[in-house]
Design a protein around this ligand. Structure first.
Ligand SMILES: Cc1cc2nc3c(=O)[nH]c(=O)nc-3n(C[C@H](O)[C@H](O)[C@H](O)COP(=O)(O)OP(=O)(O)OC[C@H]3O[C@@H](n4cnc5c(N)ncnc54)[C@H](O)[C@@H]3O)c2cc1C
Length: 302
């Protein structure tokens, strides 16, 4: 359960309030505001606040006095131009503030993105909830045999049951001991800041995370990618859906140039030119290593 009834009621009450404003608003984002979008078994992403829209990107790019927008197609063309030519600062004029609930091991990957502002739930001050990420059957997989940094075949039957049982019972046991160790009225016990060290990395934490659109796109490019770990990728995919509603033109350009596009080396580009001229290009005469060639073939094969 990502939300308690009290938390859900607080969100409903906040969503019921509206305030007239002269600031730009994005209709798609207004719909999303405050709602918790569930991710994994107990996690969520919800938008707490945002600044700007597609027009704000154009306004900054043109350093306009008024709204700065021209026709929709003109603005879309400008946004595509900015994205294509890595003219990134206009995208930094848009900001988003998210409330994210996520397992600690996902938070460790997420926090590596340094160009954001973070405030995390304090487990020195508060007692953590008994909530642990336990993978669904379709995410319970063995080590990949081809990729050292990935997973391969799904676990089934007795093997899946054995692993799940260990994950669940270890989490519960660690939490029972955490609770039993805490200082309470009847015992000296341990401070919250110390007792928490006994908890496993699949316990959930929460934070507010604020980032500008340029750096958010960088995060999404890396974390919504197929090479990212599933457990962070599902958060990135949820954020992608939110961003698509917030700044539709910018997100479309991002999908096209960054998510869907590829960077080619000069060597790879040369190979394509030779192929277009009808030359038979192989790994041996390409100038690329076996690994590079495999990835290059993957790009050409779609
Ligand atoms: C698939 C995948 C596997 C990974 N595997 C590992 C791993 O095995 N081990 C590991 O430790 N990490 C790993 N990482 C994390 C990765 O190395 C980066 O730390 C992470 O993706 C954040 O990227 P970033 O630094 O570009 O992002 P941000 O911190 O958001 O920075 C954005 C950009 O700002 C600039 N920038 C920010 N801070 C500085 C700075 N101090 N100095 C100079 N420029 C700066 C850089 O241009 C940077 O690209 C992995 C990431 C991915 C996506």
């Amino acid at each position: 359960m990502p939300l308690s009834p009290d938390q859900a009621a607080e969100i409903t009450a906040q969503r019921a309030q509206t305030t007239p404003t002269r600031r730009v608003t994005s209709p798609g984002m207004e719909e999303r505001l405050y709602t918790a979008h569930p991710v994994l078994d107990h996690g969520f992403v919800r938008v707490i606040d945002y600044m700007g829209d597609d027009a704000a990107i154009c306004q900054a790019a043109r350093v306009s006095y008024g709204k700065g927008t021209k026709s929709v197609s003109n603005d879309e063309g400008l946004i595509r131009y900015l994205m294509r030519h890595w003219h990134s600062t206009p995208f930094e004029m848009c900001e988003i503030k998210l409330h994210v609930k996520l397992p600690v091991f996902v938070a460790r990957q997420w926090i590596r993105h340094r160009t954001a502002n973070v405030n995390e739930y304090s487990a020195r001050y508060s007692i953590l909830d008994r909530e642990f990420y336990i993978p669904a059957p379709d995410a319970l997989a063995a080590q990949s045999t081809v990729n050292n940094q990935g997973r391969g075949e799904l676990l089934e039957g007795e093997e899946a049951a054995r692993v799940l049982e260990m994950l669940k019972s270890d989490a519960m046991r660690a939490y029972d001991h955490y609770e039993a160790m805490l200082s309470t009225e009847g015992q000296k016990g341990l401070a919250r800041e110390l007792a928490r060290m006994n908890l496993p990395a699949n316990i959930y934490t929460q934070w507010y995370w604020k980032v500008d659109l340029h750096n958010l796109f960088h995060f999404l490019r890396l974390r919504a990618d197929v090479h990212a770990q599933y457990e962070i990728r599902v958060y990135a995919e949820t954020i992608c859906e939110i961003v698509a509603d917030w700044v539709p033109a910018a997100f479309k350009a991002f999908e096209d140039y960054r998510m869907g596009g590829v960077n080619l080396s000069a060597t790879a580009l040369d190979c394509i030119r030779r192929m277009l001229k009808g030359e038979e290009v192989t790994q041996e005469n390409s100038g690329m290593s076996k690994g590079e060639w495999r990835e290059f073939e993957g790009v050409l094969g779609g």
